[in-house]
Design a protein. Sequence first.
Length: 295
Amino acid sequence: MKCKTNNIYMNIYININNIYIYYICIMVCQNLFQEYPVTLKPTSLLPISLILIDDFVVENKIKGLQCCSSILECLTPEHFQVGNYYEVINGVLEKSITEKDVKVLELVLDCFLKLFKSIPSNAKLIMIDDKIHIILEQLYIETNLYKKKSLFCFINKLIPMHGVNCVKEKRMFLIVICDNLDISSNPSVGEILLEDVVECLENWISYCWCVWRLHPKMRLLSLLIRNMYIYCEQEKISTRLQNILITLFKLCTVDEHKQIHDYLINQIRDNKFKECFLMKLDIMKNELNTASDIN
């Protein structure tokens, strides 16, 4: 490897014997990229990383992703003003979203986040749109709870970046949220997933509240109430669920307020429920009374 001020050359050729050398060079040069005025060219630095990411050997794939992450961290939109090399990077990373290895998935998602910060804004909007669609589809079919957790963490970082544009995937988003609230009602699953699912819904409501409509079967509300009952003795998560419910109630029409109010009254009258749960139902009923003057 030869380094010069304002220019950098990476004279390393990939083969099975020098993958580790390339990996070490990139890790060492990461600080150099950030501290000195060297000229970075994605087309010069990234090809070996992308070849490694495509490798069927998991260890090589991980090293490629770690190198790619380190390089992307040092790039800015100015590095991608000419050409569309970011599309090449996107294509290679996208193929690894379905990898079975959780570590690989986490690194792929980390690379995507760094890529989004490094590409021109017009390309970012389209690319994040596409990624949200792909990730929601993956969440819909994924069975590994730890991969689901990683995917929800990723979505939680994308929603603030994408803002109100997330409304485009409203239908699929709510299906995924409901499915995962459903399985989270099992405490063993909820211990892994519930907080990330709840955070995801909180984030979505913050930016996309304007498109919320009460479903005729009230599936989302029913699942939120069920989880609030199951976890009512865990004050932190149950209060978050309660606050989501209150927010969604307030976004409903006056007629829907009446429907929900009657439902809550009927539930409170049922003395089979835990006291902590009944208290939260009563708080929600009072909030509805305040919001719509229901007597």
